[in-house]
Design a protein around this ligand. Structure first.
Ligand code: ADP
Length: 275
């Protein structure tokens, strides 16, 4: 059920939420962000405020720069050869491109969940315990156990795996693996969680479970999700940004973007005329 690929003549319905996140403090702020891959420019001056304790969705046609922009927020583009990032990005007012900043530390504060679940080839327990151990967050065996259990609980996975914590993470279903990856990201105490099409490899039931989880997690985290599914954006986010050909065309309350967009390009995309 690849909902995002269905051509529609009407915009998707937006989940009724009293909380539109407009009054939440800004956690991540970007100003005039540009990205080049070699000579090719992929992003053209993207400025956006990302609110705390809410879900912000990036939508737009394939290749418009959503993932590229998401990777700017925890400096994952640093790992791509030939990729250059310009402009300014702050987390709680601090420049995340400050050369003095410890990138490993930054990626603990701004965690990431990828399109394809990618557990380590280790046990379920070790997948979650690894991060806190290398970051020196947990000292004793009891500390580690507590973090593993609470992270698995927060990811809505503990009850399903409590009797097999020492079996390989790769033996879980796709949806469980993705929740394991979310637990792994949470185990190092992030403030922001970036999700790059986290449901695109999952069936509709596993997708619904992850969407419910995202909705719960927003009470405590700043979440940014890239999705090719407008229905998903409408269901899970409070703020939506529409990208087209490397430009941020429009950003606002999810409800406004889907019911009353200011730009014709947004209107055309959400009604299925482009993309
Ligand atoms: P989206 O996530 O919206 O599908 P991407 O951010 O993946 O878009 O891609 C934006 C543009 O940047 C595309 O033209 C794509 O081909 C290019 N691009 C993405 N990743 C790389 C890369 N590693 N090297 C070169 N070009 C890339």
């Amino acid at each position: 059920m690849m909902a995002g690929k269905v051509k529609m003549t009407q915009a998707p319905e937006v989940a009724a939420t009293a909380d539109d996140a407009t009054n939440h403090p800004i956690r991540v702020q970007t100003k005039d962000v540009t990205v080049h891959y070699g000579a090719k420019q992929a992003l053209f001056g993207v400025s956006i405020d990302i609110p705390d304790r809410a879900v912000t969705a990036f939508i737009g046609p394939s290749g418009c720069g959503k993932s590229t922009f998401l990777r700017c927020i925890n400096r994952m583009n640093d790992t791509i050869e030939g990729c250059r990032v310009g402009g300014n990005i702050t987390l709680d007012g601090d420049d995340i491109y400050n050369p003095a900043l410890d990138v490993v530390e930054l990626r603990a504060r701004i965690g990431m969940v990828f399109q394809k679940p990618n557990p380590f080839p280790k046990s379920i327990f070790e997948n979650v315990a690894y991060g806190p151990r290398i970051h020196g967050i947990a000292k004793s065996k009891t500390d580690i156990e507590e973090i593993v259990v609470s992270s698995l609980r927060r990811a809505g996975l503990f009850d399903e795996v409590k009797d097999r914590l020492h079996e390989p993470g790769t033996g879980l279903s796709g949806g469980q693996q993705q929740r394991l990856c979310i637990a792994r990201a949470m185990a190092v105490g992030p403030e922001v969680i970036l999700m790059d099409e986290p449901c695109s490899a999952l069936d509709p039931i596993a997708t619904a479970i992850i969407e419910e989880l995202i909705d719960e997690l927003r009470a405590n985290y700043t979440i940014v999700i890239v999705t090719h599914s407008m229905q998903q954006a409408a269901r899970v986010s409070q703020k939506t940004a529409f990208f087209h050909l490397g430009n941020l065309i429009e950003v606002g309350k999810t409800e406004d973007i889907f019911t009353n967009p200011a730009h014709k390009q947004t209107q055309d995309y959400i009604t299925g005329r482009i993309g």
